[in-house]
Ligand binder design. Structure first.
Ligand code: FES
Length: 105
């Protein structure tokens, strides 16, 4: 099984999936929060335009998870813990990931 690591935990992926697609497939809808209001962010546009999906990959920060193909053994970090979302096999509080006019990043 192909896996990469995010914040110390393995995430399975299939060849051709982006990091973001693998995270969503694993039930993770948000993996960072905004700097000012601490609102959850994950995939919004899915095409590299909004920068909502930023992660650090193998030490390189500011990578858009929706554009980077997942690779075996890559190390992804978010630098933040998002406490809302859906976890595989367990439903927790779901926070809608949206952007608002004039919202912080
Ligand atoms: S989801 Fe918009 S840039 Fe990745």
């Amino acid at each position: 099984m192909n896996e990469f690591i995010i914040d110390g935990r393995p995430v399975p992926f299939v060849e051709g999936q982006t990091v973001a697609a693998a995270l969503v497939a694993a039930g993770r809808v948000a993996w960072r929060t905004t700097r000012v209001r601490h609102r959850p962010r994950g995939v919004f546009c899915g095409i590299g335009v909004c920068f909502d999906c930023l992660v650090t990959i193998d030490g390189a920060g500011g990578r858009r998870a929706c554009l980077v193909p997942a690779r075996q053994g890559m190390n992804v970090t978010t630098g933040e813990t998002v406490t809302t979302g859906v976890t595989a096999g367990t439903t927790t509080t779901v926070t809608t990931v949206t952007t608002e006019e004039g919202d912080d990043e």
